[in-house]
Design a protein. Structure first.
Length: 473
């Protein structure tokens, strides 16, 4: 079947107009809030219960993506709430340039014992974008402190996403996000991401330059190793490639190439880390460790804004023996309340063995989602642990993407919300413009019954989406 091009319901970004009778309108311009999407009427959430959110009308939503891959221990956890409240009663803010405190010391210890390789030093920030920004700046400062200022080039993957601050956005491959800010962005060299579903070899060829990782060495040689500071990549594809997983030897090859050419390897684990893929860190199954790692989202379970970068002694020692300070000061770095939320979350994950549970329930999720591939316009279902991507296509045989004018992923996410299910849509992965997929990433406390609800509501949302678009044989 081919989808006839449908007109989006409003702006080019396709934002839905909802009308909730009997309750206050939560939309621009009736509210003073500058919303993420203008023209969209938001349900107002008043309560959370585990994997569920309840709005002011009493409607329940199964949060199948943890908000934004964040709520890994679920909503309204009393242990986390009590820990945050206790910290607030002691003190709320301290400057990281003047003091240290219990929460930051404890959180660094809790995280350090889970980190791969020789990563052992933690620098705490507020968002994933900030962590990526800081990690790239740390790589640059490291080489300067080592007396090699020519090493400034960054290599990143496409498709790929690393954040919205300017350096992180430069490293990202989302052209729609970058277009209006291009004069402010730096030049980041792009190589194709290992994306088996859309690679000619299907991820099956060890000699494929992309799937083997050899394309990285070609890029370093072209740019000159003396000029390359770092290579950044997600160990498992996030929203940009919909949970796509490279060949087992891919990152071993990346590690070997980076070592040989003296290039730092930065693993972006903001989305895929903290147990999300069934191991503490998504890089673990490959048997290698990065030089720098970014952390975020799940390290506080969403109860406070928190992210971090992790680095080994060799990098931090270079800073200590050089200028003596990392040139990335931020007012809310090392924040006591945020770190208290992180300590409580990490201890809760460990005490309840939730990473192990994520691996176990992840197998259930992947198995239960797999039959969705038989539904119309579902081209692929993939992922690892409690992270899954469902890619939509115009034609299954050719894997041709849906026309961007159909706004399929956005329409589907809207239909899913109407069905009481939250998913995360993303577009443009097929060729930079076209391509539609949605992500599923539920809290680690999800039950098998709730996984069944995800599948049921997903199917209902797809049926609704297709019924609202004109379809021809």
């Amino acid at each position: 079947m081919n989808l006839i091009r449908g007109e989006p319901r409003c702006s080019p970004l396709f934002v839905a107009h909802r009308s909730f009778s009997g309750v206050k309108s939560h939309r621009y311009p009736t509210s003073h809030v500058f919303y993420r999407k203008l023209g969209y009427e938001y349900p107002k959430i008043v309560r959370g219960e585990g994997c569920w959110l309840i709005d002011e009308r009493g409607k329940r939503y199964l949060d199948a993506v943890g908000g934004a891959y964040v709520a890994n221990i679920g909503h309204s956890n009393p242990e986390i709430a009590d820990s945050i409240a206790e910290q607030c009663r002691q003190y709320g803010y301290l400057s990281g340039t003047m003091f240290t405190h219990g929460p930051v010391e404890n959180l660094a210890d809790e995280l350090a014992e889970t980190l791969p390789g020789d990563l052992s030093r933690l620098y705490f920030l507020c968002s994933g974008s900030e962590a990526v920004e800081a990690a790239l700046k740390l790589a640059r400062q490291y080489w300067i402190e080592r007396g090699r200022p020519d090493k400034h080039r960054i290599i990143a993957l496409g498709p790929g996403y690393h954040g919205s601050t300017l350096l992180a956005l430069s490293a990202s491959a989302r052209e729609a996000y970058k277009a209006m800010f291009r004069p402010w962005l730096v030049d980041v060299h792009r190589i194709p991401a290992s994306y088996p579903y859309r690679c000619e070899c299907g991820g099956q060829s060890a000699s494929c330059p992309v799937c083997s990782g050899n394309v990285l060495e070609e890029a370093i040689t072209r740019l000159g190793a003396q000029n390359v500071a770092a290579f950044i990549a997600e160990p498992v594809g996030g929203s940009s490639t919909g949970g796509s997983t490279p060949r087992p030897e891919y990152f071993r090859r990346v590690r070997e190439i980076c070592d040989r050419h003296d290039v730092l390897f930065i693993a972006d684990e903001v989305l895929v880390g903290v147990g999300r893929t069934g191991t503490w860190w998504a890089i673990e199954p490959y048997g290698v460790a990065p030089d720098i790692m970014t952390l975020g989202k799940g390290i506080s379970g969403g109860y406070a804004a928190l992210s971090a970068i992790a680095a080994p002694d060799k990098i931090v020692d270079a800073i200590a023996q050089g200028s003596g300070s990392f040139m990335h000061a931020q007012t809310f770095s090392h924040h006591p309340v945020a770190c208290a939320a992180g300590v409580a979350t990490m201890r809760y994950l460990k005490k309840n063995k939730l990473v192990e549970r994520c691996a176990r329930m992840g197998r259930v999720l992947q198995e239960r989602l797999r039959p969705l591939a038989d539904l119309p316009h579902v081209g692929d279902v993939r992922g690892r642990g409690l992270l899954a991507g469902i890619e939509f296509v115009e034609d299954k045989a050719s894997r041709a993407p849906l026309p961007r004018s159909a706004k399929f992923a956005e329409r589907f996410a809207d239909a899913a919300l109407d069905a009481g299910l939250t998913v995360w849509p993303n577009v443009g992965h097929a060729d930079g413009t076209n391509g539609d997929l949605v992500m599923v990433a539920p809290p680690f406390i999800i039950t098998e019954e709730e996984i069944g609800e995800i599948v049921s509501r997903f199917s209902k949302a797809l049926e609704t989406t297709l019924s609202k678009l004109k379809v021809r044989a």
